[in-house]
Design a protein around this ligand. Sequence first.
Ligand SMILES: Nc1ncnc2c1ncn2[C@@H]1O[C@H](COP(=O)(O)OP(=O)(O)OP(=O)(O)O)[C@@H](O)[C@H]1O
Ligand SMILES: [Mg+2]
Length: 374
Amino acid sequence: MTLATGNDVELRGVTKRYGPILALDTFSLQVGAGEFFTLLGPSGCGKTTALRSIAGFITLNAGEVFLKGTRVTDLPPHRRRVGMVFQHYALFPHRTVAQNVAFGLRMQKVPKGEIADRVEKTLALVQLPRYAGRFPRQLSGGEQQRVALARALVTRPTVLLLDEPLGALDKKLRERMQVELKRLQREVGITTIYVTHDQEEALTMSDRIAVMQSGRIEQVGTPLEIYECPQSAFVADFIGNINLLRGTVIGHAEHQAAVDCRGAKLRIGALPGAVAPEAVMALRPEKVRLNPSEPLDNDLAATVVHLVYLGDSVLYHLRSDEGIELQALELAQAGGVRHQAGTRVRVGWRSEDASLLPLTSSPLPRGERLGEGG
Ligand SMILES: Nc1ncnc2c1ncn2[C@@H]1O[C@H](COP(=O)(O)OP(=O)(O)OP(=O)(O)O)[C@@H](O)[C@H]1O
Ligand SMILES: [Mg+2]
């Protein structure tokens, strides 16, 4: 019954159905001790269901859950030593901050004096030392979020599960809380599974990220691996802005491939998977250079269709003479925008900055955006 896996959290082949909906589809996951692990994916892909299956709030159709190497699949939530912050903080409105935080300890029948002491220490940890007597409605969103966090931490769980804990906060506060949450997690050293659909948040906070789609994991890796070496067009497009150009492979060697895209021969230097005859070239807009000073492996003549000024950078929408649509991101120059709409430019990129991905049948997250245009 007990299998030492060396992981704090392990899910094996977990399947959860709601009627006809397959919320988790033979879902497997391993999270190491002290890791900050993020589940990232679009709405409805099964992130909350994955957390609920770890916490024990749902009955699985198949699969096993292990915490610290112990099988907990049939244990009720209160016997799993898991702390969870829900997507909507779910504080008790008619209880004070201190009573909210004390709740789990009262359930565990911890002695009164110890409860008071632990509540005080945990409120200090989340930087709300003088808030014990207030009610949730008297707190800002960020403060309520910290109370929810304190309530989860006070029971000293083995694993902390955070379901979009910053989702309701405005951008500024959200960024501040990201830093704070990360500091807290390091300080306590607690294994954390974090859910978000915000890719920037996932990239900045996580040790590893699992990108999910339709109840399954598409790819697991460090933020750098996921960003630099996406293994599918879905992951590439979900993580940041990217050019996806569909084409026909006309030749490939170990680390090189050439793809025909609308009659242009594009050279690709990163081949993360097997090469199929029809494929997608993925290229980050920040790797595309306009009028490069030295010749690059890929070089197209194009026109600036329109541009978006983003303050610190400019995003150019381009169309090559072959009809290939591309985006290029340039840091804004002191003089402002370098190329106006309608300008003719040379567009270049290095072959090693482009990767070749299989053509997936799965839908792309923001609609069909393959740059071939047809
Ligand atoms: N109690 C339920 N009854 C029926 N269907 C459910 C239930 N809970 C979740 N689902 C369905 O299961 C799928 C996965 O839901 P889940 O809440 O895990 O998604 P999510 O990734 O957390 O999405 P979001 O980012 O919107 O919170 C969805 O299609 C959802 O409609
Ligand atoms: Mg959810």
